[in-house]
Write a protein that binds this ligand. Structure first.
Ligand SMILES: Cc1cc2nc3c(=O)[nH]c(=O)nc-3n(C[C@H](O)[C@H](O)[C@H](O)COP(=O)(O)OP(=O)(O)OC[C@H]3O[C@@H](n4cnc5c(N)ncnc54)[C@H](O)[C@@H]3O)c2cc1C
Length: 651
């Protein structure tokens, strides 16, 4: 496309302008001079805005922007405002909601941050793409907030906010008990008894019940603890961490360790496991009476965390953070009373049922509700072998000498297939639909080097930078990154193509993060299994749809068959709705919205925010999302408990 649009300025000029403004902002540091106009006119079409070009033809990237991209970007000129958008008084109080406002939903408004813009940086990931990013702080009548804004230049020389993100950090008057707010008084040997009493709930109800003691439950419990909200976790398994401990042995996290820290207790430079005899620096909020012994490192390519070690870490975390946990305790029923309180019935193994009356219930039941998705196929009953879901698989050793077919081709399927191959088991992967493949070696540094990486800076900052970029914009940026990663992974991808493995590059070529936030799967972040598929250690079947079972295996629509002793479904999880309904019943379930995937504004549905009924919440996500958003959920609850919660901005 020729450079016919007068609104577009040459990237070089743009870049120079950007640097100039960046320097000016750094020198100024004066907040009142920096009023950000996040007006409805901040769309490219209405303001002569020169938006970052995300779609442009690479050959002529310096001079053009496709009409499609401009249309997309104008739709996506968002200001994510977690708080503060009131028609009359924008930042006077909180919106009590997590949501995004696209530009055409905003009215013109100005606000002045309460302190100097800080951490101003010029970001220029590509020669034709740059913005100025800065943090700011502000206050509302009830909250203390921080924000991140991004400015882009317009053709007339003015600068406009392209994204504005605000984040509630704390409630005024109710600071977290960390740092100088920690307990200073000596305890004189009463700590053990106090802890026992605290978690016994012999003569009191907690304010909050958290159902599920995986990372979702633990993270939000830790947040509530430091906000002084009494919360009890009930976990049906007999040990915290079992969810990871008893997943298949070969599981390890595929994200870099810097992405996976838990709140308040980051791992050391590599993953740490409890190890007697070593004392490492303790997190800053630990009361001084607390003694802890942990750490040691277990290196893996890119510092990936081992699932068994993560299980131990979660268990340790619950103890170290002094969370109130009842293990071997299953929540069986959740009901609401007329006064809006919640009744939760729990059954503790070997003991009588206990009914709690609480203000809030947090369902932390697991990714996709933890309910396995188990498809059925014709003649399944006739099959004489074993049928398993990936959640029932433990180790390849269990099937040595057998023929295994794995149905599915995303993460679990790959991990389990590799494990079988390592144990010399005859394993075939049956692939139904294409999978996004990216090696962690090539992909992770490109995706996370500025945020979640060694030396990239504090995780708290990374969380805010990362979240402040609207997912729809991330998607656009990731189209480029995904193409770059694919180029670097060319050899692997070509090898996979040769053996008939079907891959794609995610939604519109945007790679894995968007898939995670929408489908919660559909990808494999390769840590070695792809090579096993290429060299035939793992066989592949993907040329014909699965028609059903035979007595001795599977048959396909083209008439071909596969012999199998074991058919393992690595088909993911059913979704949260089923698990929620089981606990709350049809009537309440009917009032709740969906959990996961994105709403029309690009915000995660149902998790950490309004689910459909007051004081009933769902907590889920990967380790990183749970770390960050657990604070948002805890702050909403704390505000309600303290009577400072305002009116949720609902539209
Ligand atoms: C194979 C696999 C690999 C993954 N890899 C990664 C990764 O690399 N990085 C990443 O960040 N995330 C990963 N995830 C996603 C996510 O982090 C995990 O699923 C994680 O376990 C989710 O934590 P959670 O606390 O939400 O759920 P869970 O860990 O599943 O915990 C839910 C808990 O709720 C309990 N529970 C359920 N119902 C009840 C009840 N009625 N009463 C009492 N207790 C109940 C369960 O026993 C369970 O312990 C992976 C998930 C899977 C399945």
């Amino acid at each position: 496309m020729a450079r016919s649009d007068p609104r577009i300025i040459a990237p070089r000029t743009w870049s120079q302008n950007t640097r100039r403004l960046s320097n000016k902002l750094i020198k100024m540091g004066a907040p009142h001079t920096l009023a950000i106009n996040c007006a409805s006119e901040t769309t490219a079409s209405k303001t002569n805005s020169h938006m970052p070009r995300l779609h442009s033809d690479r050959r002529s990237a310096s001079t053009c922007i496709s009409s499609r991209s401009r249309a997309l970007l104008s739709q996506q000129t968002p200001a994510i405002l977690w708080s503060g958008l009131r028609q009359s008084c924008p930042f006077e109080s909180l919106s009590w909601h997590i949501r995004q406002f696209l530009s055409d939903q905003l009215v013109a408004r100005k606000f002045a941050p309460s302190a100097a813009a800080r951490d101003v940086v010029l970001k220029q990931p590509y020669p034709d793409l740059a913005w100025i990013q800065a943090f700011f702080d502000f206050e509302t009548d009830t909250g203390i907030g921080s924000g991140v804004f991004r400015l882009v230049p317009t053709a007339d020389g003015t600068w406009k906010a392209f994204t504005v993100y605000t984040n509630l950090e704390d409630l005024k008057g109710f600071p977290e008990k960390t740092g100088l707010n920690r307990e200073f008084l000596p305890n004189h040997g009463k700590w053990k008894d106090q802890r026992a009493q605290e978690r016994a709930y012999a003569d009191r109800d907690p304010e909050v019940i958290i159902i599920g003691g995986g990372q979702s439950g633990l993270d939000v419990a830790a947040r509530l603890k430091l906000l002084g909200v009494d919360a009890l976790i009930v976990e049906q398994q007999d040990r915290i961490g079992n969810q990871w401990r008893y997943r298949y042995e070969a599981l390890c996290l595929h994200d870099p360790v810097w992405y996976d820290h838990l709140p308040y207790m980051p791992y050391e430079s590599a993953f740490s496991i409890p190890l007697a005899g070593r004392t490492d620096p303790r997190p800053s909020q630990f009361p001084s009476v607390m003694a802890s012994v942990y750490a040691s490192t277990e290196g893996r390519e890119h510092n990936m965390t081992l699932s068994a070690a993560l299980a131990d870490w979660l268990e340790y975390y619950a103890e170290a953070m002094e969370l109130n946990v009842w293990t071997s305790t299953t929540a069986t029923r959740v009901e609401q009373t007329k006064d809006g309180k919640w009744v939760v019935a729990v059954s503790k193994a070997g003991g009588p049922e206990r009914t709690f009356h609480v203000d809030h219930v947090i369902l932390a039941l697991g990714f996709g509700g933890g309910v396995p998705r188990m498809p059925t196929y014709p003649n399944q009953d006739e099959f004489q072998g074993q049928i398993l879901h990936s959640t029932q698989h433990k180790t390849g050793r269990d099937h040595i000498g057998k023929k295994v077919v794995i149905v599915g081709a995303a993460t679990s399927a790959h991990d389990i297939a590799a494990d079988y191959a390592d144990h010399g088991v005859d394993v075939t992967l049956y692939q139904r639909s294409p999978t996004y493949i990216m090696t962690t070696k090539e992909g992770m540094p490109r995706l996370f080097k500025d945020t979640y990486w060694e030396g990239a800076g504090p995780t708290d900052v990374a969380d805010r930078v990362h979240t402040s970029m609207p997912i729809l914009m991330v998607k656009e940026l990731h189209k480029r990154l995904t193409a770059e990663i694919a180029e670097a992974d060319k050899e692997i991808l070509e090898g996979l193509k040769k053996v008939g493995f079907k891959y794609y590059f995610g939604d519109d070529g945007s790679g894995f993060l968007y898939l995670a936030q929408t489908r919660g799967g559909g990808y494999y972040l390769d840590v070695g299994t792809s090579k096993k598929i290429i060299n035939g250690q793992i066989k592949l079947k993907g040329d014909s749809p699965l028609a059903g079972f035979t007595k001795t295996g599977l048959k396909f629509e083209d008439g071909s068959e596969l012999q199998a002793d074991v058919v393992l479904f690595a088909t993911g999880f059913a979704g949260a709705a089923q698990a929620i309904r089981k606990l709350v019943g049809d009537e309440i379930a009917g009032k709740l919205g969906p959990v996961w995937d994105l709403d029309e504004q690009g915000e995660q549905r149902g998790a950490w925010r309004w689910l459909g009924m007051p004081n009933l919440w769902f907590m889920m996500g990967n380790l990183s999302m749970c770390r960050f958003h657990s604070k948002h959920l805890a702050l909403q609850i704390k505000a309600k408990q303290e009577g400072v919660y305002g009116t949720r901005y609902a539209p």
